[in-house]
Design a protein around this ligand. Sequence first.
Ligand code: ADP
Length: 692
Amino acid sequence: MTTLPSNNYDVMVLLVDDQAMVGEAIRRALANQPNIDFHFCSVPGDAIKVAEQIRPAVILQDLVMPGVDGLTLVRQYRANPATKDIPIIVLSTKEEPAVKGEAFAAGANDYLVKLPDKIELIARIRHHSKAYLNQLQRDAAYRALRESQQQLVDSNTALISLNQKLEEATRAKSEFLANMSHEIRTPMNGVIGMTTLLLDTPLNAEQRDFVEIIRSSGDSLLTIINDVLDFSKIESGKIELETHPYGLRQCVEEALELLAPKAAEKGLDLVASIEPSVPPFVVGDVTRLRQVIVNLVGNAVKFTSQGEVVVSVSARAGDRPGELGLHFAVSDTGIGIPREKQDRLFQSFSQVDSSTTREFGGTGLGLAISKRLTELMGGTMSVESEPGKGSTFHFNIKVRPGADEAPAWAHGAAALRGKRMLVLEDNAMQRRVLGQFAQMWGFELVEAASVAAAEATLGAPGRSFDLLLVDYDLPGEEGRVLVSRLRALPGAAGAKMLLLSARRLRASGDQLPDVHGYVGKPIRPASLLEALVRAVTGASQQEKRAAAASPFAAEGRSLAERLPLRLLVADDNAVNQKVALMMLKRLGYNGDAVGNGVEVLRALETKIYDIILLDVQMPEMDGCEAARRICVKWTALEHERPRMVAMTGNAMQGDRERCLAAGMDDYISKPVRVEELKAALERWGVRVRSQR
Ligand code: ADP
């Protein structure tokens, strides 16, 4: 490898000649030349060694010397890696074409006759040395480049292998979390399930209090497990979004319904305001959207002690054709968040104020998860807030518009067309939402924000109404007294009266005379419409009582009476078996239980079952394997196959898919909630019964 001469700027010239006189002449010629150093070698045998040492930028080589032929030396320079590229100017005694030819063939770069003209000699030295030194510099730069490229490749390789290790670690972490979650959920199922059942037995007030605390602690623990699991799934990129059509209104309602009891307990108004431009059905991931709404509304309820929590939804055309942008705003009238703390909100494990942790609990993961989920759904999340006044969390997501048909429950709305309704409700947002329904279903709405306003309207001569919708929980009013006061006014004479309440009124039509229905808060359009239609069409007395009781009171008949089913529970954990059986018992069913997949198959040989509730992880034969075998066995008679509902503590992504791929029909996760179990039984029970 040739290296650069030690001093880049000096041109070292080596003269190899046996005649001292020539050496002296050239030294003089080059003396006083800036940047040119001169070295004279008078012993031809030393030439190569000297050249290797001083690394000249130009060699002046005599041709005729005693003992050594100059041309041989030229060839030796060329053959030596240290000197192979150094420019050589051959010095000859005369101008002789044959010798010149040989010199160039041997590798010389130039040919001069001794003693050369000073100016010409210097010009040639400068020309050749410059080209050579440039070449050396280029080589050096190229080498450096190659070296850094190599370093890059090396560090890249190191990074890739590090990344692989990280991925393995992440995978191991996710698996660990999935296992942990399963391990924790299994006993939690026992705790939560048993407390639910215990609460349904006669208990004194103190015992009930204790059990309720166990129950709510269990719920909080489960929320934390779910948060941590979700967060790690998002972190490891393991969340895949579903794209299914879903009812947007229903999704918002379900989210609000979950939080309605808490809001009612605190006396908060919980309102959903969905703009008419929002299509009834969209295509996207309903579970994740619900999760984000529940989280934001949950926070809003948690951090608000009085006032309202409003969820507003609006739609606008998306950036691309076939895309729809949905905007959600969740606003509250709560404690608010100081501006300087707002940035930190969406970071994981951060809470605005560590004292809130003590007061309100929480992992500080909810908003971080929600924000990431919205980003996965193609949107963003932000907050506006003023301490003491309240907060509004905004987020948007992208969806595809779904089929644009009115939901089935909206068909009865014709009965309301042209009717006149007075609503007495102090919450402006709630009145606005009712206004939207009025527009949608074609009835006339007169709003009264206070009892005085309602009384004035109903007392005015010539005013009559078909319907009165009265907020039963107005502050400072005794609902029952208010109802009879309004009833007495002339405008109410021919009107059907409905009560609006967030509480689970245990009233029945008999207890409150002249009341034609109850509407729960948050208002669900389906139940509002049903109650209104029933009131105006005058359903039969029995139906009326059922309608009046429906949102507030427990259903009269058990599920099993309405929907008799033969049920089998498969779970290896004895406590969980018991929980499942007892939950079924509460719904009126006497189920059988087995401990693994082999026993399931054996049980199916002797008895017919409509629905099997299958744990996934079981010894000997797990739930998925059992499901596969059952599907194979019933290939020819698919409609007679028992329906299979997975019941598992595995909450990792893909569990649901794995169960469904194995042939199961549905999936509920542990800890099993009675409502979920009931919904699954109804969903599949109705189908089973219609097919058999
Ligand atoms: P956590 O699970 O602890 O509630 P979040 O990420 O959901 O975690 O919320 C983080 C923090 O943000 C809360 O502890 C609270 O201090 C603040 N916060 C969230 N929502 C609101 C709200 N609507 N009003 C006031 N503070 C809020």
